[in-house]
Design a protein around this ligand. Sequence first.
Ligand code: SF4
Ligand code: SF4
Length: 239
Amino acid sequence: MPYPLQNRPADLRESMYFPEILRGIGTVTKHFLKNLFFSRDANPDILARKRGGFGYSDNVTLQYPEERAPYPPGYRGLHRLVPREDGRARCVACYMCATACPAQCIYIEAGEYADDPVEKYPVKFVIDELRCIVCGFCVEACPKDAIRMDSGEHTPPSYERAAQVWDEKRLLRGPPVSYQYDPWLRRGSPSIAPEKLEEMRACAKPFPSVATDEASQTPGFSVRALAQEAKERGELAKR
Ligand code: SF4
Ligand code: SF4
């Protein structure tokens, strides 16, 4: 609906200018003082910061990159291929994500496990992050919950275009996921050791019916946090 214009003539107060100027100065001063002394950014990093200095003025500036604004839970970040508990990708190389991708930036080559010819897997799974328009269609199209954009990360910068082409080795990361109706769990698989198979069956969850199910999200998953944990583990091991 178009915004209705009010072309009415200025009333007496408006035509005198000064009352309106004073009203404007009052509004600006009110917001200035409120922001300066009485409000804080809701960012957890800012809330954890000690108040002090000049009045309560440490309220809005994020000290990037040490402090970062949290993304909302549905934020579509860098892709990842979801692993199973045995370390292999959940992906069965069905090409649905590549077919749905409007930017045609997913390239897949399918192969068969030598010890389990029923199941396919991606010999090659490549995403050109420079061409990706971050639409999330690939995640929606996947019948296996094998590709997600829940990393909470931007694609990291690089000096070369080739570095933005992510292959299956870089994409496969994050917490493993199993569902009760995964075919390799229901019929068993010669490629998975029996005790591992039992372990995977024990962790299997019901398949999420909608994308916002808790089971289809990985709250708190962050490649940066995982890297930090790995670094800390390495430092602990050195001591
Ligand atoms: S987010 Fe969209 S453009 Fe990017 S890979 Fe997935 S389907 Fe393609
Ligand atoms: S990521 Fe999902 S949609 Fe894409 S090929 Fe693998 S199983 Fe199919």
